[in-house]
Ligand binder design. Structure first.
Ligand code: PSU
Ligand code: MN
Length: 301
């Protein structure tokens, strides 16, 4: 049932570095037509670093690991493409549906295919107002039970960052700052919250991955929290102002569930004159590059 592209299959078999990429960021996280350009650019970045990109999505009921040109275009441009968390995968397969995969679904499919390293922008997490809405991304639960290394820029400030860090701790997901002892805030290099561990090189990340496997225990993930370079972050004052407006607009519009994250992301792009998009892209690009280096260090030994 899993459709692994020939190129990705060959790379996995040869222990050549492979980086999984999620597709929700393309279909629902970035505006058209920029999204397709970014999707291609991210794949190209992985290749420049000597690794093979494996973008993951479900097309006509088939989970794909590694997309060809036309398939990537469908993810970026097809109207009605769904957003699929891991719980949606069997339903989408049975219905013959097409959808972009979130971190939770991408992590599950990557692990199934044997891809160990995954790059994304930001993880889903605990939403503000959790006590009322109980909205916590399924990403966290899946990371607690999936042996994958996720390179991300932390979680978006649209979420409750300390609550998300606490949930990661409770769920037993390993978290390390890359080159920092601060948890990054996606658009911002520093969320204002610390992390307990710091890793400074791809080789150190790979050493942790090997220790995870050697130590047994639950098959949980490793989150490598990689801050957006300070000179590319969103201006913190602009960020604080627009975020407050965005959260207010979301509540006013009565947006709930899966629609919350795309609504807030879109609001930020429109009300920062694209500055949030620039910071977003800078973060994702840097993550993809680092993930390729981690994948290389991982497959080397
Ligand atoms: N963070 C981003 N951009 C995104 C997402 C998160 O910076 O597009 C997407 C990811 O695919 C993530 C998903 O897995 O949102 C989380 O959605 P939810 O809160 O519905 O689980
Ligand atoms: Mn959610």
């Amino acid at each position: 049932m899993l459709m692994v592209s020939e190129e990705v299959r060959a790379a996995i078999d040869a222990r050549h570095p492979v980086v999984a990429l999620e597709s929700t960021i393309i279909a629902h996280g970035l505006p058209r037509p920029r999204n397709l350009l970014v999707a291609r650019e991210l794949e190209e970045t992985v290749r420049q670093e000597g690794a093979i990109p494996a973008t993951i999505a479900v097309l006509d009921g088939r989970p794909h690991v590694g997309l060809d040109k036309e398939q990537l275009e469908r993810v970026a441009n097809e109207d009605g493409i769904r957003k699929l968390g891991h719980r949606d995968l069997p339903l989408a397969v049975a219905a013959g549906a097409s959808g972009a995969t979130t971190v939770s679904a991408t992590a599950q499919l990557a692990a199934l295919a044997g891809v160990r390293v995954f790059a994304t922008g930001g993880l889903g997490g605990v939403h503000r107002e959790w006590t009322v809405t109980q909205d916590e991304s399924a990403d966290l639960g899946v990371l607690a039970r999936t042996r994958i290394t996720v390179v991300c820029a932390g979680v978006k400030s649209i979420l409750d960052v300390p609550a998300t860090l606490q949930r990661l701790e409770t769920l037993g997901v390993a978290v390390a700052g890359y080159g920092t002892d601060r948890f990054p805030g996606f658009y911002l290099s520093d969320s204002g919250h610390p992390v307990d561990w710091t890793l400074d090189t791809p080789e150190q990340v790979a050493t942790v991955m090997r220790a995870q496997d050697a130590l047994g225990g639950p098959r949980s993930a490793l989150v490598v929290a990689h801050p957006v370079p300070e000179e590319e972050q969103l201006d913190p004052a602009l960020h604080a102002r627009v975020l407050a407006d965005a959260l207010h607009a979301c509540e006013e519009a009565g947006v709930t569930g899966q629609a919350v994250t795309p609504f807030l992301l879109d609001y930020l792009v429109r009300h920062t004159d694209g500055a949030s998009l620039s910071a977003n892209l800078a973060a994702v690009r840097a993550n993809v590059r680092l993930a390729a280096r981690v994948a290389a260090a991982w497959t080397e030994a």
